[in-house]
Design a protein around this ligand. Structure first.
Ligand code: FDA
Length: 393
């Protein structure tokens, strides 16, 4: 027997659930299908278990896309304040961490419970552990083959996310559906991901593994000022995750360690005050000891400050504050927080997320070529694109 709904949403992540809530709330019959055991698994693990559910500064400039204007409409129509209103209506305690990032006080599971309760109120049917086996255009919408038999719907919403963290059930299914309907895809790659180093450089930097420092990380004209972490695989920390979305193989990134300090001036002042100190001792006042030692030894500057000419001091400071490193690659989809690229936005109507060439077919959330910075921007895109889509169904 073929079951019939107004709307079938594929994927019970943030985008799919928000879309279902909005469409169901407007009286549509909605079925959400997911192959996972539980809905919103990425919400559950996000923000270290506390879900950085939005960013109060979210605007199109915080997103990467071949069309930087595409996200504007959805982001304007469903704002961080709108999501926060829902959070507060459900009595979920939250706090702002830094840089406009909002987190749950207690647990990311509060957000999942909130979305499930809103779905229930909107009479949305949620079916988990269901495989979608085929999708066909039918005279009045779509015929979707599932492990539970066929379903027909006037509208089909694809909200199956990107390829990051395959261990959690991420698939390239949205891209397969786009290809089936001959929609263009912007090449995908892992983003918000740690960068790796080649074995020689890694060996050289191995004493630094585990050190975190404030830094500015630059790539071309893009720069992020957040923590930098040296790991046993390479470079990580928020500043590196951010720049990874811009970095390409063969490019350098420039590390500016302690960007608020003028290290050359600091060393010169210390030399004047007490020339018998070692540069390492002075550096260790502002840098982790192992890092101070690393820079001084790399340049062989173990003499007293009094014996170091300006040029040597400036060279040492430059090695700390304009350190060009060429990453070998990234840790890939295994640890990437998001997927860059995706369904080409030129194929979609920015007000509804409907495919221009396929009436009734919609793409929302991470599978679309709209990728946010680290800091709550990706969930805001999931909520906003899901909401405007649900509004149009
Ligand atoms: P999402 O991936 O959430 O959901 C897709 C759903 O589709 C899943 O339930 C999946 O099981 C299902 N699915 C996939 N293939 C299917 C198939 N073939 N058949 C049926 N179902 C299928 N962002 C942020 O703003 N703040 C944060 O704190 C974090 N933290 C964070 C931590 C970690 C570790 C990761 C990996 C990611 C984040 N993110 C984040 C990013 C954020 O999680 C992500 O952008 C959103 O979850 C995307 O929402 P979607 O609903 O588009 O996809």
């Amino acid at each position: 027997m073929t079951r019939k709904f107004d709307v079938v949403v594929l994927g019970a992540g943030g985008a799919g659930m928000m879309c279902a809530i909005r469409a169901g709330g407007r009286g549509r019959s909605v079925l959400v299908l997911d192959h996972a055991k539980s809905p919103g698994e990425k919400i559950r693990i996000s923000g270290g278990g506390r879900c950085n559910f939005t960013n109060i500064h979210a605007s199109a400039k915080n997103y990467l896309s071949a069309n930087p204007h595409f996200a504007k409409s959805a982001l304007a129509r469903y704002t961080p304040r709108d999501f926060l209103d829902m959070v507060e209506r459900h009595g979920i305690a939250w706090h702002e961490k830094t840089l406009g990032q909002l987190f749950c006080d207690d647990s990311a599971k509060d957000i999942i419970r909130m979305l499930l309760s809103e779905m229930k109120a909107a009479n949305v049917v949620l079916e988990l552990q269901k495989q979608v086996t085929s999708i066909e255009k039918a005279p009045e919408g779509f015929r979707i083959g599932t492990s539970d038999g066929p379903v027909e719907a006037a509208s089909l919403v694809v909200a199956t996310g990107g390829k990051s963290i395959p261990k959690m059930g991420a698939t390239g299914f949205a891209y397969d559906i786009a290809r089936q309907f001959e929609l263009k895809i912007v090449e995908t790659r892992p983003a918000l991901v740690p960068l790796t180093l080649d074995p020689n450089l890694l060996e050289k930097l191995s004493p630094l593994s585990g050190i975190a420092v404030p830094a500015e990380v630059r790539h071309g004209r893009t720069a992020f000022r957040e923590a930098l972490l040296f790991t046993h695989r390479g470079l990580s920390g928020p500043s590196i995750l951010q720049i990874s979305s811009y970095w390409r193989e063969g490019d350098d990134v420039t590390l500016v360690i302690e960007p608020d300090l003028d290290i050359a001036a600091m060393l010169k002042t210390a030399r004047k005050a007490n020339g018998r100190q070692a540069a390492q001792t002075v550096l260790a006042e502002v840098l982790p000891k192992r890092l101070a030692q690393f820079f001084v030894e790399a340049r062989g500057l173990t003499a007293h400050l009094a014996d170091l000419p300006d040029k040597a001091i400036e060279g040492l400071a430059a090695s700390i504050q304009t350190w060009a490193i060429r990453p070998a690659g990234s840790e890939g989809y295994r640890t990437a927080e998001v997927t860059l690229g995706g369904i080409d936005t030129s194929e979609l109507d920015s007000k509804t997320m409907q495919a221009k060439a396929v009436s009734g077919l919609y793409f929302i959330g991470e599978c679309v070529d709209v990728t946010g910075w680290l800091g709550g921007y990706n969930f805001q895109w999931a909520w906003a694109s899901g909401h405007v889509c649900g509004d149009a169904l």
